[in-house]
Design a protein around this ligand. Structure first.
Ligand SMILES: O=c1ccn([C@@H]2O[C@H](COP(=O)(O)O)[C@@H](O)[C@H]2O)c(=O)[nH]1
Length: 225
């Protein structure tokens, strides 16, 4: 994998716009992240097109279903040769074990713990008694014991998770350079703080994609790392 830890989230409806943006900043990112918005609109064809840029592709599909269904979905995306794929750790141990077993050898499977758009109140509202930190640690332990390569968590938890899972692969979204708006993210840190705490991949979308000058924004973030 490239040394630059930044994966650009291409959350936009148009394939040509996603491709143009990725091309523009390609020298200042380490990979691209294609999520639900992109995959639902453009599917396998879209992923094949963006593969042509030669950057590692992170498929952030956040699979969450019964083990048989998730394993079948993993097999169906095998042909896309993703570097990283996400499943929801809350799907449970058997689901994660089957997801990992169905993934390609060169694909890292990571478990989403607590979405960075959620805070304490949101967890309480869905019946989770733990705070985001406790819940992320619990789900990280489960993901580890199920054989996943790592997890997704916010920059607030990654340091603690790193201590309990030394060789884990940690993906951190919810990143905001100083003076960026939060948008819908509630547990944010700067890219540098996340990297210093042990993140292996920094997922960054709007601070680059919605910047007036995306290339300048990508370069500015790179300079902080
Ligand atoms: O907990 C999570 C898991 C995934 N994401 C994804 O990361 C990007 C963040 O985009 P920004 O524009 O930088 O906020 C987005 O694609 C999410 O689906 C996350 O934010 N939090």
């Amino acid at each position: 994998m490239n040394h630059n830890p930044v994966f650009l989230a291409l959350d936009m409806p148009r394939l040509d716009a996603a491709e143009a943006l990725a091309r523009k900043v390609a020298g200042h990112i380490g990979g691209i992240k294609l999520g639900l918005e992109f995959f639902c609109a453009h599917g396998h064809h879209g992923v094949h097109e963006l593969h042509k840029l030669g950057l590692p592709v992170f498929l952030d599909l956040k699979l969450h279903d019964i083990p048989n269904t998730v394993a079948a979905a993993m097999q169906a995306i095998h042909v896309l040769e993703p570097a990283i794929v996400t499943v929801h750790a809350a799907g449970g141990r058997a689901m994660m074990e089957d997801a990992k077993a169905a993934a390609g050898e060169n694909t890292k499977v990571v478990g989403v713990t607590v979405l960075t758009s959620l805070d304490d109140d949101d967890l309480t509202a869905i019946g989770v008694k733990a705070d985001p930190n406790e819940q992320a640690l619990r789900l990280a332990e489960l993901a580890h014991s199920a054989g996943l390569d790592g997890i997704v968590c916010s920059g607030h938890e990654v340091g603690a998770v790193h201590k309990q899972w030394k060789d884990g692969f940690f993906v951190v979204p919810g990143l905001r350079p100083a003076e960026s708006g939060n948008g819908d993210q509630k547990r944010i840190v700067t890219p540098r703080q996340a990297r210093d705490a042990g993140a292996g991949v920094l997922v960054i979308g709007r601070p680059i994609s919605r910047a007036e000058d995306p290339l300048a924004a990508a370069k500015a973030i790179e300079a902080t790392l």
